[in-house]
Design a protein around this ligand. Structure first.
Ligand SMILES: [Zn+2]
Length: 343
C-alpha cells in the first residue's frame, strides 16, 4: 500500500522521503485507512477474478506428469527416448504453452508459472548417466537429458529447466561417494528436484512394512547425507504400491513424503482438487500413439488436452490464488478455500 502511494509521488520525492527522515509523513498514514485498504483489496480481488476469467484460468484442471527413463541413441525398450525424440517432446510442450514445474512444487501447490500457461512435470526414473553426466568442471555432457532440457529452455524464454529425478542406488552411474555428491549437489544447486525411487528398485507389492521402510528409508538417508535435503516425493518402482499405500509416504522417522507417483496412465489431478490423491499420483509414459500407447501415453494425452482446453490446468499467474470457473467450486479442496478465486 505505502509503496503504491510513494510511487505516485515521483521518484525524486520518494527518494527524499526514504532517505530524508526516519518516520513516514503523516499524510501517507492518513491515506492508508482501514476502509480504504479493504475497498482496495476487494477491488483487486474483482480485478483478479476478471483477469482469471479473461484468460480462462483453471487451477483445478489436470496436469500431465511425464515419465522418462533413459535418453539414449539406441533405445533398448519403449521406455527410452533418443536425444532427438526428447528434444521434440520438449519443443512440443514449449509450443503448446506448457511450463515445467517439479514434482515437489506440484504436490505442495507452489505452481508459480505465468498467466495462461499450463504446468507439466518432467520426471526421470532410475538415475541413469544418460540423464546427467558432468564433465570435470561440472558441465552436463551433450545429449544428456539435463543438457537438452537446458538448451530447449534457453531457446524458449519462460520454459523453465525444471525436472524431478527419481534416484536409486545407481546414482547416475557413480559409485564413489564424492562423485555421487558432485552429481546430486549439482542437481540441487541448479534448481532440480531429487526424489526417492527406493534403494534397489524393488517391487514393493507384498513386502513387509520393515522391508518397505528399509528400501525407501536407506536411499532417502543416503540422498540426505550427500545433499542435506530430504526428498519430497517418491516414484514407486513399476508403479506398484505397498500393501498399505501410506507406507510409501510415511516411514516413522526415516522419511515423510508429500506425494507418491505411479507409472500410468492418465494426467494427474490438480493438487487443489478433491480428486488429488497424494498416495497415488498418476504419470504418463512418453511415447507416440502406437501399439500399447494408442490411448494412454503422452502423445495421445497431449492431443486430448489440446482438444479439451476446459480440462487442463491453466494458471492465472498468481501463486497466491487458486482461480477456476465458479461451476467447478464443489471440487475445491477445503484446505485451499482461503486462496480460492472463483469467477
Ligand atoms: Zn524405475
Amino acid at each position: 500500500m505505502r509503496l503504491r502511494i510513494l510511487s505516485g509521488l515521483g521518484l525524486l520525492a520518494a527518494a527524499t522521503i526514504l532517505s530524508g527522515c526516519d518516520s513516514q509523513p503523516s499524510t501517507v498514514k492518513l491515506a492508508d485507512t482501514k476502509a480504504d485498504a479493504a475497498a482496495k483489496l476487494k477491488a483487486s480481488k474483482v480485478a483478479k477474478a476478471q483477469f482469471a476469467a479473461k484468460i480462462k484460468a483453471n487451477e483445478l484442471g489436470q496436469i500431465p506428469v511425464l515419465m522418462f527413463h533413459r535418453i539414449i541413441d539406441k533405445p533398448g525398450s519403449t521406455d527410452d527416448r533418443t536425444p532427438q525424440q526428447f528434444r521434440a517432446d520438449l519443443e512440443r510442450l514449449a509450443r503448446e504453452g506448457y511450463v515445467p514445474i517439479t514434482a515437489a512444487e506440484m504436490v505442495t501447490g507452489k505452481i508459480d508459472i505465468p498467466a495462461g500457461k499450463h504446468p507439466v512435470v518432467l520426471t526421470f526414473d532410475d538415475s541413469s548417466p544418460s540423464q546427467l553426466t558432468l564433465n570435470e568442471v561440472g558441465v552436463p555432457a551433450p545429449n544428456t537429458a539435463v543438457a537438452i532440457l537446458q538448451e530447449v529452455a534457453a531457446k524458449h524464454p519462460g520454459f523453465r529447466p525444471k525436472a524431478t529425478f527419481y534416484v536409486t542406488r545407481d546414482m547416475f552411474g557413480k559409485t564413489v561417494p564424492e562423485e555421487q555428491a558432485q552429481t546430486l549437489v549439482w542437481l540441487k544447486d541448479n534448481g532440480f528436484d531429487i526424489g526417492n525411487h527406493t534403494r534397489d528398485h524393488i517391487n514393493l507389492r507384498g513386502r513387509s512394512q520393515k522391508e518397505v521402510e528399509e528400501q525407501i528409508g536407506s536411499i532417502g538417508k543416503q540422498i540426505n547425507s550427500l545433499t542435506h535435503i530430504n526428498p519430497v516425493t517418491i516414484a514407486l518402482p513399476y508403479g506398484n504400491q505397498p500393501s498399505k499405500r501410506e507406507w510409501a509416504l510415511h516411514g516413522g522417522k526415516l522419511y515423510n513424503h508429500q506425494g507418491a507417483f505411479l507409472a500410468g496412465y492418465t494426467p494427474a489431478a490438480s493438487p487443489f482438487s478433491k480428486a488429488f490423491d497424494p498416495v497415488g499420483i498418476p504419470r504418463i509414459k512418453v511415447m507416440e500413439k502406437k501399439g500399447d500407447c494408442k490411448q494412454f501415453c503422452s502423445e495421445a494425452w497431449l492431443d486430448w488436452l489440446k482438444t479439451n482446453p476446459d480440462m487442463i490446468y491453466t494458471s492465472d499467474g498468481d501463486v497466491s490464488t487458486v482461480a477456476y470457473p465458479k461451476f467447478k467450486t464443489p471440487y475445491l479442496r477445503k484446505a485451499f478455500v482461503k486462496w480460492s478465486l472463483p469467477y
